[in-house]
Design a protein around this ligand. Sequence first.
Ligand code: ZN
Length: 646
Amino acid sequence: MATNPAYPQRILVTTPIYYVNDRPHLGHAYTTVAADFMTRAHRLLGHEVFFLTGTDEHGEKVAETARAKGKSPIEHCDEVVTGFKDAWKALHIDYDRFIRTTEEAHICGVTHLLKRLRQATGPDGQPVIYEGEYRGLYCTGCEKFLSGRDMEDGRCPVHPTRDPQEITERNYFFRLSAFLDQLQAKIERDEIHIRPKIRKREVLGLFAQGLDDFSLSREKVEWGIPLPFDPSQTAYVWVDALSNYITGVGFGTNGDSYNKWWNNSSVLHLMAKDILKFHTIFWPAMLLAAGEKTPEAMFIHGYLTLVDQKMSKSLGNVIKPDAWVADFGIDGARYLLTTIFRFGQDGEIREDTLREKYNADLANDFGNLVSRAAKMVLGHFDGYIPNPDFNRPEVQDLRSVMINEELNFIDAVDEVDPNMAVASAMSIVRAANRYFDHMQPWNLAKQGRLGDLAVVLGDTMEAIFYASKYLSPVLPTKIPEVLRTLGYTDAEIDARLRKGQTIAAPAGRQITKAAPFFPRVDKLGGKVEPEKKEEPKMDGVITIDEFFAAKLKTAEVIAAEKVEKADKLLKLQIRLGEEIRQIVAGIAEFYQPADLVGRTIIVVTNLQPAKIRGIESNGMLLAARHGNTLRLLTTDGEIPSGAEIG
Ligand SMILES: [Zn+2]
C-alpha cells in the first residue's frame, strides 16, 4: 500500500458510509468485514489504527422513503441506523467511530469545508465554486447526475427499472476542470494509490474521456446541509457524504484528532467499484481545492453477484449477512466473506461451495488439528504443553513454512489483500497437519515413546499458535477462544492481537479442554436466531440460555461392567426413553457394577461423543464429590428414563 512516508504505521481505515435507503446486505458486509480485517491485521502488526464507518442520511430519496412510511426523515434514519449497527455487531466489527451525516459534528465540518471552498481559487486563478444551471438527467437511486457516458439504453445501469428524472435547476458548481492535471499526476505517480491496477487504469481512462465540473449543491432538496453562503440550497449528497472521511476524525471540530488521523497518518479508503468515480476523482479534487492532504490509498473491490446482478435491494436479490452468521457462526461468515473471492475481483456466490469451504478449511484443517493435538496433550501430559524442538530434520518443512508465511502475511496486509493474508495463515495450518499426520503421534503414544510424542505435540502447538495469530483478523471470536484453551490470559491475548506486543510461546502452559472450535455444517438452514440483548455479566454467572445449552435427562442403568486395565472406569449401558447408549464413567472406586443396574441417574446427553481408553462414551453422568466420597445424582422418587431436566 502506498503509505504516508512520514507515518507508515498509523492508518485510518474507512468504509463508505452506507446510504440509509435499505437494510444492510451482503455487499455492505463484504466491504465492512474487509475494513475490519485490515484494522485488526494492522493492529496485530503493532500499527495504530482508526476505523471509521457510518451512514449517509441526507438526500431526496431518504426524505421520500420517510414520507412514504409516515415518518420524519430523522425517525426513519434512526431506525435504519440501528439495523446497520446491529449487523456490524453480529459480525463482530470493531469500528472506532460510527459517523452519521445528520450529526452536529459532521454538519459543522461540512459547513467549514464549504466555506473554505467558497473562498478558494484553483491553480487557474478562478474561484473554485461558481453558479450555473444544470439541465439533464438524475438517478435518485444513485443520487447521481447522469451524463450520456453514465447511461445504458438511456437508463442508469444500476437502476434499470427506474426512469431517470429530468431536472433543470440552478446549482453551485465545483470547478473540477481546474484540478484535473494535478489529480491525474498524483494518481499516475501512486501518490493516491489506486488498487487493483485495473481500477487505476479505469480511473485514468475517465480522465482521457474528459470530466465535467460537477454540481456541489441541489436546489429543491430540503433534507440536507444548507450551503453557508446560500441557505436556499443544500449540499449535494455526495459532497456531504464524502466529507465524512475528514469530519469523522475531527475536521472543523477537533484539530488535534484531525491532525493525528488525517494529516499524520496513512489513509486507506475501501469501496465497491460503483462509487469509484466519486472517491478517486471528486473527493481528492475537493481536498486539493480546500488545501487539504489527499488520501494515500484506495482499494476498490468487485461485486458479489448472484444471478449476474449486483446485490442491491433495487434488484430484489438481497442476501442478508445474518443468514450466513446463523449457518456458519460469526467467524465462519467472516471467513467465507473474506476468502471466497480475490478481494478486488467480481465473484459469484454458490451456497454449496460455501459449505464445502467452511468444512474443509475451518472444521477439518484448523478445528480438527487444534482438538486432536489438544486432546493428546490432555491425555498424555496432564494438559501441559511440551517444549518444541525445531532443530530436528523432520520438522524443517513446517519451520520454513512458519517463517515464510509470516512474511507473506505482512506483505499481503501491505498490499490490502485480506484473501492472501488468510491464505498465508492457512498454509501454516496445512503444514502443521502434514507434520502431525506424518509423525503419527498416536503411534508414538501406543509405543510408549513419550519423549518423541512430547516434541511432536510441542511443535504442533507452536505452529497452531503461529497460525492463530495470523488467523485472528478473520476469526476474531474463535482465535481468542483457541488461545485461552492453550492457557493464555485475556490480558495476554489482548496485548498480542490488539497491540501487536510479543507474548511467550505456548510451551509450559496448561490446556484445560479440547472442545471442537468449528463444528461441521452439514446443511444450510438460513435459520436466523432471534436477536439477543447483551446484558452486563457478572464473573462466574451464566445465563439461563447457557445453562440450557446442556441437555440433561434421566437415564436408567441397564448394564454395567469394569473396564479392563482401568481401575477407575466403569462402562455403563443406559436407557434414555427409547434410546440405549453407552457411557464410560470414572466411578469404579465408589460403585460396584452390580449396585448400579436398575438405578436412575442424571446424564448430560448432548456432549460430543468421546473415546475413553478406546471405548466410545456417549454422554456424561452427574455425581457430587467431596474429598474421598462420590455420590451419583438421582431423582427424588420414580420417573421414567429420558425425562428432561431443567
Ligand atoms: Zn442509479
